[in-house]
Unconditional design. Structure first.
Length: 125
């Protein structure tokens, strides 16, 4: 999708990041307009990678904290996900997929979408 951007383009600081974001916005998410429920993410695999990065001394506690956060995010998502519009679901799926495919990331996006919906409702726009 972004084959015209190189790793060097994105790593050249703010301008490279702006180019990458602009390209993503222009091409749009590759997700369907309507999401079919919550995705399945590999929590164990992700948290295992987090534990490895944390180092041997902190590995068990980091893995446990990661898995706890993922479980909490999933529990909240089961309640909030159906309240989002299909477009918002698509944006959040795309963001989580592009970043790290975790429930925590998906939850963060959903929370921001819900806050934006509330602001629009409150301000009548």
């Amino acid at each position: 999708m972004l084959s015209f951007l190189t790793r060097r383009d994105v790593s050249e600081g703010p301008m490279g990041i702006r180019l990458a974001v602009a390209a993503l916005l222009l091409t749009g998410p590759a997700w369907p307009a309507v999401a079919e429920g919550l995705p399945r993410y590999d929590v164990s695999g992700h948290c295992g990678r987090v534990a490895v990065v944390a180092g041997k001394a902190r590995s068990p506690e980091m893995r446990e904290a990661c898995e706890r956060r993922e479980q909490e995010a999933h529990a909240i998502l089961t309640q909030t996900w159906p309240t989002l519009s299909p477009a918002a679901q698509g944006r959040c799926l795309w963001a989580a997929h592009a970043y790290d495919r975790t429930y925590a990331t998906l939850h963060d996006c959903v929370r921001l979408e819900l806050e934006a919906m509330e602001r629009r409702r409150r301000w009548g726009s």
